[in-house]
Design a protein around this ligand. Sequence first.
Ligand code: URA
Length: 234
Amino acid sequence: MNLESVLFSQGFGSRRQCRAMIADGRVSIDGATFNDADTDVDTKALVFEVDGTAWPYHERAYVLLNKPAGYECSRDPQHHLSVFNLLPAQFATRGIQCVGRLDQDTTGLLLLSDDGQFVHAYTSPKRKVPKLYVATTRHPLDDAQLAALREGVLLHGEPKPIAAVAAIARSAHELELTVLEGKYHQVKRMVAAAGNRVEALHRERVGGLALPAALAEGAWQWLDEADLGALRSG
Ligand code: URA
């Protein structure tokens, strides 16, 4: 692939902008600067630098963000900042999208990708991917609430009750809830229907993929093949 196409595919701007960056000597590989946009490069395991910052080539971007509260999963947020403010601009340029949405006040594991099939597959209601949330509840949890969540609660506008795959009290006010669907405000509505209220919500796991403990709030990382395998295996 030529160097211009490498930069363009990775979200560094229009083809014209990418050519200009290369001509201006801003792009290097292994310490060598390349001024010719037509230079052929091997993209396998390629790491190039733009203005001295390393960027690993990824044919498709699969990214995990530890979402903080106060960010909307939208490119065009209404009342808060966008999660895209936490990511390099290259990602928005190459068209990555959130894989499902978390509410602005929900924290934790958010996936993003520019692979349309992947985004579609993981947001489709047909693909029942378990999502594990930890909800801090206003009132103490009791057995009747946990039983209602496991047996199914009827949400407004839904034709039939929705049951959690698992509902476990980690402590008096800490509920671990695993659900297969991704309906609007689903966890908050389920907990409300069971007679309690969510004060804070955090997503810890999607499929077999857990939020890495070492990833700080607001930080992101690429997903590798092992992560994608874990995601599928859940
Ligand atoms: N359920 C909710 O209520 N909110 C979220 O952000 C995710 C699941």
